[in-house]
Ligand binder design. Structure first.
Ligand code: ATP
Length: 235
C-alpha cells in the first residue's frame, strides 16, 4: 500500500576487501516514492546500492524489503523479491542487438513488461530493435538498461546515475520515464550527481557523506535546505 516502508536500511556497513566503505547507513524508501541519494564522488552511494543487491564483498547490518530481511548471500533471491539494479555502467551486451538484450533477462516475477509495453515507454527502442548494442547512443543504452530491468517484473528499481554523460534533451526524456514509472506505481531509489535533474523527479533526498546518511529532507523542504546542499554538494 502507498506510503508504507518498502525498503528499510539499518546500520548498513560494507567493505571492499579491507576497505571499510559504509559506516552505518540508515534510510527508508516508502511505496511509490522516488528517493534520491545525493553526495560527492566516493561518498558511498553506489556501494549502498550494491550492498542492497548483495554484490559486494562483505556487509553487516539490516536491509529489509517488504519486511523481509534480504540475505546478501543470495542475490538471485533478491531479484525474485522484486528488486532490480541498473548499474552506472549500464551493462548492455555490445554484440547483441536491442531485441536480444531485451529478451535476455529472465522474467522472475509476474508483471514483467512485455516488449510492447517496453516500446510504449521507450518508442526509440522500437526503431532500434535490430541495432547492435555498440551502435546505440549513450541515451539509447541507458533506456535499454532501464527497459531490461522492467522485463524482470521488479517493482522496486535502483538506478545508478542514469543521466551520466547524457545530453540535456535525453536527460529530460529519462526524467519523463521516471515520472511515468512512478505514476504506474513503481518505487525508485536513485543515485544522482546531477542535482538539477534529481530535483525534477525526487520526492525525498538523503545526503550521503563518508559512508553515512548525514541528512534527509523532502522535496517540499528543498528551499530551507539549499544552504546544506551547497555545503555538502557544492550545488
Ligand atoms: P561515485 O559517483 O564516484 O560512484 P559513490 O558515492 O557512488 O561515488 P562509491 O562508488 O560507492 O561512491 O565508492 C565509495 C568508496 O569506495 C570510494 O572511496 C571508492 O574509491 C571505493 N571503492 C569503490 N569501488 C571499489 C572497489 N571495487 N574496490 C575498492 N574500493 C572501491
Amino acid at each position: 500500500d502507498a506510503g508504507a516502508s518498502i525498503l528499510s536500511v539499518r546500520n548498513l556497513e560494507a567493505w571492499y576487501g579491507e576497505s571499510h566503505i559504509l559506516h552505518g547507513m540508515n534510510f527508508d524508501v516508502n511505496a511509490g516514492e522516488v528517493v534520491t541519494l545525493l553526495g560527492r564522488n566516493g561518498a558511498g552511494k553506489t556501494t549502498t546500492l550494491k550492498s542492497i543487491m548483495g554484490i559486494i564483498g562483505k556487509r553487516t547490518g539490516s536491509v529489509r524489503f517488504n519486511n523481509q530481511e534480504i540475505n546478501p548471500a543470495f542475490s538471485d533471491r533478491i531479484a525474485r523479491m522484486g528488486v532490480a539494479f541498473c548499474p552506472e555502467e549500464r551493462g548492455i551486451f555490445s554484440s547483441l542487438d536491442v531485441r536480444e538484450n531485451l529478451l535476455l533477462p529472465p522474467i522472475v516475477r509476474p508483471g514483467g513488461l512485455s516488449l510492447d509495453q517496453i516500446f510504449d515507454l521507450f518508442p526509440n527502442l522500437k526503431e532500434r530493435l535490430a541495432s547492435q548494442g555498440t551502435k546505440l547512443s549513450g541515451g539509447e543504452q541507458q533506456m535499454l538498461a532501464i527497459a531490461r530491468i522492467l522485463r524482470t517484473g521488479a517493482r522496486f528499481l535502483m538506478l545508478d546515475e542514469p543521466t551520466e554523460g547524457l545530453a540535456p534533451v535525453i536527460i529530460q526524456q529519462i526524467g519523463h520515464t521516471i515520472a511515468q514509472l512512478k505514476k504506474e506505481g513503481f518505487t525508485i531509489l536513485l543515485v544522482e550527481q546531477n542535482f538539477r535533474f534529481a530535483s525534477t523527479v525526487a520526492d525525498r533526498y538523503y545526503i550521503v557523506e563518508h559512508g553515512k546518511v548525514i541528512d534527509g529532507f523532502a522535496n517540499s523542504e528543498l528551499r530551507a535546505n539549499m544552504d546544506k546542499l551547497h555545503t555538502y554538494l557544492g550545488v
